[in-house]
Design a binder for this molecule. Structure first.
Ligand code: NAD
Length: 246
């Protein structure tokens, strides 16, 4: 499905980003595994891809830092010879009630989750315009649509990502560059492993499909949006949330 395509996935050393990197590689893409934290974890993802017979390398950059991102994109293009797919997945949370939220907590989340998407999108656009093709997939969140107490910073960023997705889609459509988003709901991660049975049951009650999602559920939709099967879809946000927000 993605044979020979060159992809960059941000925040790909664990969680949903790791699942996306592996899914794209399984479909034949070469994958640059961006990381900001643990180099060892990024290396482990690279090795998993190589075991699958794929081509991958790790590349360090803080997505909110424009000069680091420019260097990262240069490295990816020089390593792979082009760049067809960008997945803006990196994200953080710094939850707090509005009244207690510190300015720094607001700024950190907006910088990584919203400015990071802007900076990475801008950095790949010249190359994709030259190629006259490209797929950009942003990882938003359903809370960017519904709102969520205790997450004013995160919700504002994710709502911003949905708006940015639409604008970039309109600006870049004439160059054959597609920009879409996925909005995951509750996805099983290291964090949800720590939930009590009662907390888990409470979550299940909010989800029509009655279970948490898996990182792979998100990864498969990203793979679809990154493929030629999605060649008449742009500017959309697909909810991957078990029907929670509709
Ligand atoms: P996670 O914390 O496991 O992974 C996030 C990754 O982003 C980490 O590898 C981290 O190192 C990386 N990262 C953070 N800041 C970075 C930066 N400045 N530059 C580069 N990389 C950076 O979380 P996850 O659950 O896998 O989340 C992945 C994405 O999915 C995020 O955008 C998150 O907001 C979104 N999301 C997650 C859920 C969920 O339930 N897990 C729900 C909705 C949306």
């Amino acid at each position: 499905m993605l044979q020979g395509k060159n992809a960059l996935v941000t925040g790909a050393s664990r969680g949903i980003g790791r699942a996306i990197a592996l899914e794209l590689a399984k479909q034949g893409a070469n994958v640059a595994v961006n990381y900001a934290g643990s180099e060892a974890k990024a290396q482990a993802v690279v090795e998993e891809i190589q075991k699958l017979g794929g081509k991958a390398f790790k590349v360090q950059a803080d997505v909110a830092n424009e000069s680091e991102v420019k260097d990262m994109v240069k490295k990816v293009i020089s390593e792979f010879g082009g760049l067809d797919i960008l997945v803006n997945n990196a994200g953080i949370t710094r939850d707090n009630l509005l009244m207690r939220m510190k300015e720094a907590e607001f700024d950190q989340v907006i910088n990584t989750n919203l400015k990071g998407v802007f900076v990475c999108t801008k950095a790949v656009t010249r190359q994709m315009m030259k190629q006259r093709s490209g797929k950009i997939v942003n990882v938003a969140s359903i809370v960017g649509i519904s709102g969520n107490p205790g997450q004013a910073n995160y919700v504002a960023a994710k709502a911003g990502v949905i708006g940015l997705t639409k604008t970039a889609a309109k600006e870049l459509a004439s160059r054959n560059i597609f920009v879409n988003a996925v909005a995951p709901g509750f996805i099983s991660t290291d964090m949800t492993d720590a939930l009590t049975d009662e907390q888990r049951a409470g979550m299940h009650n909010m989800i029509p499909l009655g279970k948490l999602g898996e990182a792979e559920d998100v990864a498969k939709v990203v793979r679809f949006l990154a493929s030629d099967d999605a060649n008449y879809i742009t500017g959309q946000t697909i909810h991957v949330d078990g029907g929670m927000v509709m």
